[in-house]
Design a protein around this ligand. Sequence first.
Ligand code: AMP
Length: 531
Amino acid sequence: MTYPQEFVDQYREAGLWGTRTIADEFHATATAHPDHDALVGTEGRLTYAELDARTDRLAVAYADLGLEPGDPVIVQVTNRLESVVAWYALLKAGLVPVATLAAHRGHEIAHISRAVGARAHLVEPGTRGIDLVEFAHEQARDHPTMRHVLVLGEEPPEVDPDEARKCVEEIQHGIGPDDVAVFQLSGGTTGVPKLIPRLHAEYWYNARAYADVLGWTADDRVGHLIPIIHNAGVVCGIHAPHTVGACLVLTDHDLDTAMPVLVAERTTSVLFGHVHYRAPAHPLYSELVGTLRVVVLSGAKVSEELFTTTARGGAQVGQLFGMAEGMFLVTPLDASPELRRTTVGVPISPLDEVRVLEPGTEQEVPDDEVGELCCRGPYTLRGYYGVDRPEAFTSDGFYRTGDLAKVTVIDGHRALSIEGRIKDLINRGGEKINAEEVELLLLGHPHVLEAALVAMPDPRLGERGCAYLTTDGTPVTLADLQDHLRALDVAKFKWPERVELVETMPRTKVGKLDKKAMTADITTRLESEIA
Ligand code: AMP
């Protein structure tokens, strides 16, 4: 299901949605800023002209393999310069990247690649712990649609740059701005991950609106440490700087390797996810503040101390709430410190619409009261790919995020704060673990009778998964569960990291599993263990 025509017309007439594909938008920026840095990282640097030419050439190589516009391509890569090159090359070849994680394994990839009918699988060689190239070949065996394994960093054959440009232009000519550009994965609320279709015009607009509210210009140098092929990576890291001719400073997530690069590259703006809330305490942060103008924090509540230490040196500190389904809330730069510290701000688009509803109803709650954040707008999905999930939307198309929020009026802004969630997932340092998906897998263990996966607090990652189990009398250990999930080839970040065996599962008065009670129980246990 896609945007109703009346909304498409409205978004386009308002000048929010453009008429170009993402590849053409990037090429337009590259033509306007040919000698500016577009992308730098530990492996080197590329100006806009270089990145444009290189991605044209790689796009031709992809097309020459027989891959055709519209073909979905599973992408499993990390924060490497070549990952961004491949991203634009795929789009220039008219292919549709499917943004999976390098950490996904057979359980996830087999399902996603079949659901979307993937034709190719792009992997990075030399990753730690697994040979993804070999993995991709294994996955391709007996796959109904998979035809090619693409290896990141392989040099494409030489082609005349004008010929390559002509070829890309011909491909792009056949693609519309409202066609699907990318599939993102939903954190999800039920068993299997859902695919989110992102369209060329709305996805690029999402990035442009984000760059605009942060006041970025072609002089900005934007640091990015969290996974680049996540939604936040693509929007905030790749596309947003490239909507204004700015430079992406791409690093990996480790602060000790990231900080020297951010400092050396005179980074002006950076996004820190929850796992990087320690960054302001890093010895090199004092050097970084000399160039930092804007710092965005995202993923968890911001303490007064974090806010103050991040702002030392004069950077404007703010917050972002974002999701692969669309909706972005950001604290306006000129808003008061109170708003920027205690809320995630306001929608980034003038045509975003937000309602905070009594969960399960269409009844709005008053300001200052907590309800479910629901939204509709020029970059928020209207339906998942291939599945009908009417319960995820209100009758008039507002997406029910599953996050709990409240509106507070501060300095005339109706600012939102995130107050929890009703969707059953665990946010492990930004990676979402779908509880139901893991529980179903745990129930497949021969001795497990009942299973509940709940969040336990973790100082670094925010949350980790703890499994509450009843068994048939045979004790089940954490190692047993991990062996079980390893045998099912489930991504490691989803594996429970603690087990609590119980006689009977805590239940609510109406007989449902009482996950709140379990989270409270494990939180108390952890506190007493530390004490
Ligand atoms: P994803 O689709 O992986 O980007 O994850 C989106 C989800 O991350 C949201 O629905 C929230 O549950 C969570 N999230 C994103 N930003 C924030 C934030 N600033 N504070 C709390 N939770 C957040």
